[in-house]
Design a protein around this ligand. Structure first.
Ligand code: SF4
Length: 288
């Protein structure tokens, strides 16, 4: 199946609205140290186009109720460098548009801006993940993804084309990017974002090891913090007060600049009309 129900580990902390998941590529070249998908997809760093993707999608999309939400992508980035040549995601968007399905693109790539006109012509919103404005942190944390300034420029292009855009400040990792919240919120607001989704880092053994070896100075503090947290569905959560403090800070800063806010898998009660994943922007809502 190309279109699968979105169901991140059946976590009771996931408050996403019902949606389908579509990954045009298997694997992802961005190499984010905190990536969850790399722990369950073999050979994850090698980006492979799905075979017969458009034919299979066209066949399956016929059976989906118009208006349903398709998230593209959750286990890979739909705009890896290969997309410039293969245009698999662009082809998927055209099929989904034809079938009157709603699309939420989730990406860390500036290439999404190349589809701004197509996205503006259909029921679509985009969530761009931006975890830092500092190139050197970004290069260590998400070595293959577009640089922060490229993502901000893509955000501006999409917003100017009329595509509703949210930003995921996700994950926030104490000692690495938690001091950037104010600057990040202000920058994405200026660039045209309408909503912010945020989340703290949920450690898995492999990802924590990668982060610790890339950020050795932060190592001891991170290990201490996660030792004081608790486990949920195979991940270690930071202590509640730290997660609550960080989410409150993003919420306050977002409110100050007039953006809506939600958190992802933090146990917060969703605000009516505001989805945790930013997909409420599909309805053209400005939020609360
Ligand atoms: S962009 Fe997403 S799927 Fe790709 S490596 Fe980063 S976290 Fe993993």
């Amino acid at each position: 199946m190309i279109l699968r129900p979105f169901d991140p580990w059946k976590s009771e902390l996931c408050t996403c609205p019902p949606k389908l998941s579509l990954n045009p590529y298997t694997g992802c070249p961005h190499g984010c140290l905190y990536c969850y998908a790399s722990s369950y997809i073999p050979n994850f760093g090698v980006c492979r186009p799905k075979a017969d993707l458009h034919k299979r999608l066209a066949r399956e999309a016929i059976k989906v109720t118009p208006g349903s939400i398709v998230a593209m992508s959750n286990s890979s980035d739909p705009y890896p460098p290969k997309e410039e040549e293969l245009r698999l995601s662009r082809g998927c968007l055209r099929i989904l548009k034809y079938r009157k399905l709603s699309v939420q693109v989730v990406t860390k790539s500036h290439l999404v801006a190349q589809d701004a006109r197509l996205l503006a012509s259909m029921k679509a919103c985009v969530a761009i993940t931006i975890t830092t404005l500092d190139d050197s942190i970004s290069r260590r944390l998400e070595p293959g993804a577009s640089l922060p300034k490229e993502r901000i420029l893509a955000l501006t292009s999409l917003a100017e084309a009329g595509v509703p855009v949210s930003v995921r400040i996700d994950p926030i990792i104490p000692g690495i990017n938690d001091q950037e919240i104010e600057g990040l919120v202000a920058a994405v607001c200026r660039a045209g974002a309408r909503h912010i989704t945020s989340s703290t880092y949920k450690a898995r053994p492999g990802s924590l090891k990668r982060i610790i070896s890339a950020f050795p100075k932060e190592c001891a503090a991170l290990e201490r913090l996660f030792a004081g947290g608790h486990r949920v569905a195979g991940s270690s959560y930071l202590p509640f007060e730290i997660r609550e403090g960080l989410m409150n800070k993003v919420r306050e800063k977002a409110k100050l600049v007039g953006l809506t806010f939600s958190s992802c898998r933090e146990g917060s009660v969703p605000v009516p009309g505001i989805s945790c994943d930013g997909s409420h922007l599909l309805a053209g809502e400005k939020g609360l």
